[in-house]
Design a protein around this ligand. Structure first.
Ligand SMILES: [Zn+2]
Length: 274
């Protein structure tokens, strides 16, 4: 558990694949949203709350050549969004820009033009749209992790790919999408080759098992697949890790404090783009 605030630079130097780091991000996003319990605050609603709490204005710019951009103007923080993206993608883009805004409010001098910051903002967006606490709440009413994954995608209005990535991170395993014949199309996270997940998925599809299938792969790993009619979504996880994650306590000390009432630095109308 953190004894001191890690500061933005310390936070960004972390490896976000560890459970402890995820807890730091969870706290960071909680502060950005203004809630301590986000087990029922996710998706678009969470984005709206964070937008308001961080004092960010959203503007659609059809001419913007990239998905989104946060600009620091004399009027405050403005997130510009391209109009060429579907709703799931736009939610993620806004959430990503809110990550930049939260860092700016925390430390206006922080250099945000680098890959570590971009990765942090993606992690921030995933946690904002699909909170760790919300996944835990979904799990408690779910028959399997594959079922949780489908619920997560549907309710948080995230894409199936985003929800798959999130679940792989959550379980410290892997996930992906396969076609109706069981051939893997996309794969996320880390899946040891020895588990032969590709072969198992082909077999599951060939045998036309039930909508939800669970297979014990050995070495303590489990494969779950859900058949969606034209494709499969699958998730692979080590059981001991999954159990540890589900019982891990949330640190009670907040490592970061974010306030949106800090005056925005701007001079002579210059616009800083993040
Ligand atoms: Zn960015």
């Amino acid at each position: 558990m953190d004894q001191q605030s890690p500061g933005a630079a310390g936070l960004l130097s972390r490896d976000f694949t560890s459970v402890t780091s995820w807890r730091v991000v969870e706290e960071w996003v909680n502060r950005s949203v203004g809630l301590t319990d986000r087990s029922r605050c996710f998706g678009k609603r969470a984005v709206e709350l964070a937008t308001r709490n961080l004092g960010v204005t959203i503007t659609i710019d059809p001419a913007l050549p990239i998905a989104g951009e946060l600009r620091i103007t004399r009027d405050g923080l403005v997130a510009y969004l391209s109009s060429h993206q579907n709703e799931a993608r736009r939610n993620f883009t806004i959430a990503h820009e809110l990550g930049h805004a939260s860092l700016y409010i925390y430390d206006p001098k922080l250099d945000q033009a680098n890959g570590a910051i971009e990765r942090f903002c993606n992690v921030f967006a995933a946690e904002l749209l699909m909170p760790w606490a919300y996944i835990g709440a979904l799990n408690s009413n779910s028959r399997s992790f594959a079922h949780t994954l489908l619920l997560l995608a549907a309710r948080s209005e995230a894409s199936l790919s985003s929800a798959s990535i999130r679940m792989a991170e959550y379980l410290r395993g892997g996930s992906g999408l396969a076609d109706r014949h069981g051939k893997i199309m996309r794969q996320y996270g880390s899946i040891p080759d020895r588990l032969r997940v590709g072969e198992w998925l082909l077999r599951i599809a060939r045998e036309r098992r039930a909508t939800f299938t669970s297979v014990r792969l050995g070495w303590g790993w489990t494969l779950e697949a859900a058949f969606l009619g034209r494709r499969h979504v699958f998730i692979v996880y080590p059981a001991p890790t999954a159990n540890a994650l589900l019982s891990a306590a949330v640190p009670d000390r907040s490592p970061v404090a974010l306030r949106a009432d800090r005056p925005i630095a701007a001079n002579s109308g210059d616009v800083t783009r993040l």
